[in-house]
Design a protein around this ligand. Structure first.
Ligand code: FAD
Length: 401
């Protein structure tokens, strides 16, 4: 394949793409381009997440997440068989289960037609995509490569490769197209800003999140809560949620303002807080594990990013969190990233000019992504408080029955 020197040229052939980031969105993008006949190289900052030793390096990510039809469709369009394999390891969640302070549970179905979302292990999903890529002769996966520079005028990226000895080696690569799927703090986006008038905003919300492990029942080995619900303990300004795992445990997350986290210092304060706010959770997790998880696990921030455009000429495009990190309350961050890939691929293939394909991608995608970003922010209020209001419940019942 040749690099078209004239970007307005309509002679456009499948060429060489470099993808920065082997997270779920970068891995799916690699699959689309590889199946479309491109030469694909994926450069990832961290070690291979399929190696358990590297798992702890990706400490900033939730253990499981909700995948919806938006995301499933992104995988199914390129690989129906892989989709089936992946979904075998996912647990349907038909609705929310609201836990009030007295421990009463009430189910709110998601859909009148019985459609549902699914809980899936993030590493499993990401690993399944990487496994698929590894079998393709036109794909190379390069781990421990940190993007340091993008010189788009000469179509060149510079990476720092981390060697076993701890030293680093500089690696320069050329490509016809660079795809930045390198997450909320994207270096691709940062470098692309030097070439295009990119409008950009970011916002940290006041809440942090912290994960807890709710194990299977100690004697029966069964789920301790209904596995086919996304469980929520809404408490107005903060909330606790739980998503099921295949091993019959749940991964729980406490979302709470930073000041409240700061006030809970030490085991006693933590137990008092849980016994007051989430008394039914304490016996399920166990006092010792609750304290252990709280003290050991990080309290991590939540960022929302909006920008536009998503591309520079026919040289570079950003997708996934790099383009639109959102707060997780709509469960759509990764799902939207998967949709980006499907929509991007459609645009690229509906014209024989890569520039035109990327232009029309930005034009179509921008409105949708800004809206879903706002919806995610609004759903924080819905999940932690509106779900308990009488008006909301009446409206919900009216919609569903
Ligand atoms: P990332 O997953 O961030 O992957 C980016 C990759 O790029 C990483 O592997 C990183 O190591 C690599 N990278 C970074 N910098 C460089 C560099 N300089 N050079 C090379 N590589 C680099 N989404 C949902 O759809 N459903 C949910 O239920 C859901 N729940 C969530 C719960 C929480 C608590 C949080 C925080 C997020 C949740 N999300 C959810 C959002 C979801 O995690 C993200 O949208 C998704 O991970 C984005 O995928 P990505 O591949 O774009 O980016």
């Amino acid at each position: 394949p040749t690099i078209a020197s004239d970007e307005s040229s309509s002679i456009y052939e499948p060429q060489r793409v470099v993808i920065i980031g082997a997270g779920p969105v970068g891995a799916l993008a690699a699959l689309y381009f590889a199946k479309g006949g491109w030469q694909v190289t994926v450069y990832e900052l961290r070690g291979d997440l399929r190696n358990p030793e590297n798992r702890s390096l990706n400490f900033t990510k939730s253990i499981n997440l909700a995948i919806s039809e938006r995301g499933v469709n992104g995988i199914r369009t390129v690989d129906p068989e892989l989709t089936e394999t992946i979904l075998e390891a996912a647990i349907p969640m038909n609705g929310r289960m609201i836990h009030d302070i007295a421990g009463k549970q009430s189910s709110q179905r998601y859909d009148v037609h019985g459609r549902f979302i699914r809980s899936i292990d993030r590493s499993y999903l990401n690993g399944a995509l990487l496994d698929q890529l590894e079998q393709m002769s036109n794909v190379e996966l390069k781990f421990n490569h940190n993007l340091k520079r993008l010189a788009l005028e000469k179509s060149e990226a510079t990476f720092e490769k981390r060697l076993g000895s701890g030293e680093v080696e500089t690696v320069r690569v050329n490509a016809d197209l660079f795809i930045g799927a390198d997450g909320a703090h994207s270096q691709t986006r940062y470098h692309m800003m030097k070439y295009v008038r990119l409008n950009f905003s970011q916002e940290y919300i006041d809440s942090l999140w912290c994960e807890f492990h709710l194990p299977p029942h100690p004697t029966t080995g069964e789920f301790q809560l209904d596995p086919n619900h996304l469980h929520i303990w809404p408490r107005q300004t903060f909330m606790f949620i739980a998503l099921p795992n295949m091993d019959k445990s749940f991964t729980c997350t406490l979302f709470m303002p930073e000041d409240m986290f700061k006030d809970i210092v030490g085991p006693e304060a933590l137990l008092k807080f849980f016994l007051t706010e989430f008394p039914d959770v304490v016996p399920l997790i166990g006092e010792e594990n609750l304290i252990g998880d709280y003290l050991k696990n990080q309290k991590l921030p939540l960022i929302s990013v909006k920008c536009t455009p998503y591309h520079y000429r026919n040289k570079c495009v950003i997708i996934g969190d790099a383009a639109h990190a959102m707060v997780p309350f709509y469960g759509q961050g990764m799902n939207c990233g998967f949709e980006d890939v499907r929509v991007l691929w459609d645009h690229i293939n509906s014209t024989d000019s890569l520039t035109e394909g990327l232009n029309s991608y930005t034009l179509e995608r921008q409105k949708d992504l800004h809206v879903i970003n706002d919806l995610a922010m609004n759903n924080y209020v819905e999940m932690r408080s509106s779900v308990t209001s009488r008006t909301y419940l009446m409206k919900k019942n009216f919609q569903e029955f």
